[in-house]
Design a protein around this ligand. Structure first.
Ligand SMILES: [Zn+2]
Length: 470
């Protein structure tokens, strides 16, 4: 009797073990960060919006500013409520803290990349096919849009293959060769030879070549609005476009205006389209630790998300994805400011008074500004009266002298200024460069079923490819 019971117990344990194993293997095939493999819904169009440098805290700061100061909800929140959201990480082949070329190339190709490589394998030679190239092969239209340079890392990753992102001259050629129907952004200088005020060493005039290839070439917001035809090359600045906070003083289009024109033109292709629309200067403002500049860049990006959402309402057969390539600056809204009592403060009103980007202020300050000069410029553009001590701290460049990675320290005093402004604006910064912060990945429409759980940015490519039918 006792022996029988041992046998039964063993048999019972074996069966339970099998059940547990099969459950575990079932979990591993669906919940371990891989795409489920279930045949996804097909999308006619894909709109991928990338906030360059937009960590969750940038989004959070913009949400508070929008709801409390401007009295309106973010369009990104509308999208999250309508769709799905995932937690996304972005480490690369050789870095835990990525830069834009590798991060964007991972989303464009699905392969892990090395730093500064643009959609090439680890040998820095072999091209890796991008989602834009797959879309073009299927007969779809394609567009790339940014407030940064159109030859910068993020747009480049979708239509070019170069060993290093700094080869913007080659990127310009390849973007046109790839047949990208709409190209909107800055960096006109890499489309023009030196004789026409550009920086091309090979003497080519890509603007003229684009015209002959059937592109309408435009250079300001009015030109963009008036443009028709199926191909547009819009180059609105020799360098980056102006920051949103400064843009009203220029003739440049907003990111939302560029997005609207892009979707209008690309949607004429009956087979559908792929568009990548980038808020390229969230990253730049965050590198400079410019709190107001960063928030206005996120809001401009949010308006472009709104344009995409409105388009999706008209054509629901559109997969809409919003994400970031990496976090920049480790921005944080912090308690304990000038008007704060413990955690009760609200420094958003001080941010609202800021009229100018750090970039423009830097131009007025010059390389080594004196404390008194810093006080004057801050008073003029930010309506803040710094104390002499604070101005001296900024002028002393202490933050830059102590901090790592001085790549973006064009005016070191600005980082000291950002530090002393913490008690006025309620914004602190953990870095002047990128961080490894996890990011948000969200969206809606056919194929968005996979935008849940824990994702790596290489999976963005896979789910877009699946939505296009593999
Ligand atoms: Zn950056």
């Amino acid at each position: 009797m006792k022996r029988i019971s041992v046998v039964w117990r063993l048999a019972f344990s074996f069966v339970i073990g099998l059940v547990v194993l099969s459950l575990l293997s079932g979990c591993a095939s669906t919940g371990g960060g891989e795409l489920s493999g279930a045949s996804p819904a097909k999308a006619k169009n894909i709109i991928l919006l990338i906030g360059d440098g937009m960590g969750p805290s940038h989004f959070g700061a913009a949400w508070l500013y929008s709801t409390r100061v401007l009295g309106k909800e973010l369009r990104m929140v509308e999208l999250m409520r309508r769709g799905r959201t995932a937690y996304m990480v972005n480490d690369t082949a050789d870095a835990i803290v990525p830069e834009s070329a590798a991060a964007a190339s991972q989303m464009a190709t699905g392969e892990k990349m090395t730093a500064r490589a643009v959609s090439v394998a680890a040998d820095r030679k072999t091209p890796v096919k991008t989602i834009l190239e797959i879309a073009k092969e299927k007969g779809l239209a394609a567009g790339l849009v940014t407030t940064s340079r159109i030859t910068d890392a993020t747009p480049a990753a979708f239509a070019a293959h170069v060993a290093y992102r700094s080869d913007e001259e080659a990127v310009a050629v390849q973007e046109l060769q790839a047949g990208v129907d709409v190209l909107l952004g800055g960096r006109k200088q890499f489309f023009l030879p030196a004789s026409a005020g550009g920086k091309r060493q090979d003497g080519r005039d890509l603007v003229e070549e684009a015209r002959q290839a059937g592109y309408a070439v435009v250079g300001d917001a009015a030109g963009l609005k008036a443009a028709s035809g199926s191909k547009i090359l819009g180059l609105f600045n020799m360098g980056n476009l102006a920051y949103e906070i400064d843009r009203t003083k220029t003739a440049e289009p907003s990111l939302a205006e560029m997005a609207a024109k892009t979707l209008e033109i690309l949607s004429r292709n009956p087979k559908g389209f792929f568009a990548m629309i980038e808020g390229g200067r969230i990253d730049h403002a965050a590198h400079r630790n410019d709190a107001a500049g960063t928030i206005h860049e996120v809001l401009a990006f949010d308006a472009a998300v709104g344009v995409a959402l409105d388009f999706q309402r008209q054509d629901p057969n559109t997969l809409l994805i919003v994400t970031a390539d990496h976090d920049t600056g480790a921005m944080a809204l912090v308690g304990g400011g000038r008007t704060s009592k413990g955690y009760g403060g609200n420094e958003l009103a001080a941010i609202q008074k800021v009229q100018t980007s750090f970039e423009v202020m830097a131009g007025e300050l010059g390389k080594n500004p004196a404390p008194e000069q810093i006080r004057e410029v801050v008073k003029k553009h930010m309506a803040i009266d710094l104390t002499e001590d604070e101005a001296r701290t900024a002028a002393g460049e202490t933050v830059c002298k102590l901090g790592p990675a001085p790549a973006h320290h064009e005016v070191p005093a600005l980082h000291g200024l950002a530090f002393v402004l913490r008690s006025y604006l309620g914004v602190g910064w953990g870095s002047q460069t990128h961080t490894a912060s996890p990011l948000m990945l969200f969206g809606s429409g056919p194929g968005s079923e996979e935008l849940v759980g824990f994702r790596h940015n290489t999976e963005v490519f896979r789910l877009m490819r699946a939505a296009l039918g593999g």
